[in-house]
Design a protein around this ligand. Structure first.
Ligand code: SF4
Length: 225
């Protein structure tokens, strides 16, 4: 099975606890005003990869001691079959790695999914696609509702644990501010600068202004129409 991706990154440290593999799905029709990832909207852009190819990245991340996997986008639930396969395979690999190593003392890696759908929009089909996830962060980005809550871009967004592991891992963060930096810069596959994470209100404009003062002009910005 193939999925259409915007990209992947490891180690990701700004979208969930610890050191994680980040996978960004391509394509989103929800069109939130103020979205910082407009480049992920076009369902025909990005690249394609097979689920086994992406799971190969996850296998390597687990071998490196990753704390978790974060799926974001774009809208992962607009490729729900591929998402379901990916999560099921990722959970199998995680559980297999723990059995192989012996789980005593080691911290299981969790599977986190971002969706722009609200909880009441999670139809049975969408919920089935999330079966393998330990937690989901739900809700549109609402530019008028800024927040400092960990890993969320607006105050309406909720962390919803789906498994005992998700409850244990995310309970401390349901109403907490981000434990570290909110943005992680890294070179993207196309040579462009990527900013991984969820900025505070005004943070991107401030960054743009600081770069401008240093003589760095951003020619394209994914947060601008
Ligand atoms: S914030 Fe997320 S759900 Fe909203 S338009 Fe952007 S990618 Fe889609």
């Amino acid at each position: 099975m193939e999925l259409r991706l915007d990209g992947t990154h490891y180690p990701l440290e700004t979208l969930g606890p610890g050191k994680r593999l980040g996978i960004w799905f391509q394509g989103c029709t929800l069109a939130c005003a103020g979205c910082m990832s407009r480049h992920t909207w076009d369902p025909d852009a990005g690249t394609t990869a097979t689920v086994p190819e992406v799971l190969g990245l996850w296998r390597r991340a687990l071998a490196d001691g990753a704390d978790g996997l974060t799926v974001s986008g774009g809208e992962p639930l607009q490729q729900s079959r591929a998402l379901a396969h990916l999560l099921a395979g990722a959970a199998r690999l995680r559980d297999g790695a723990r059995r192989h190593e012996g789980s005593a003392g080691s911290r299981p890696a969790d599977l986190l999914v971002y969706t722009g759908y609200e909880p009441e929009e999670l139809t049975p089909g969408r919920r089935r696609a999330l079966d393998g996830a330990d937690a989901v962060i739900t809700g549109r980005f609402r530019v008028a509702e800024p927040t400092r809550l960990a890993w969320r871009g607006s105050a309406n967004q909720r962390i919803v644990p789906l498994t005992p592991l998700g409850a244990t891992r995310y309970a401390p963060y349901l109403t907490r501010e981000s434990p570290g930096p909110r943005l992680q810069p890294a070179p993207g596959p196309d040579g462009a600068l990527r900013l991984y994470g969820v900025p505070l209100r005004g943070e991107l404009a401030a960054l743009e202004s600081r770069l401008g003062k240093d003589g760095v002009v951003l020619t394209e910005r994914s947060w601008r129409p």
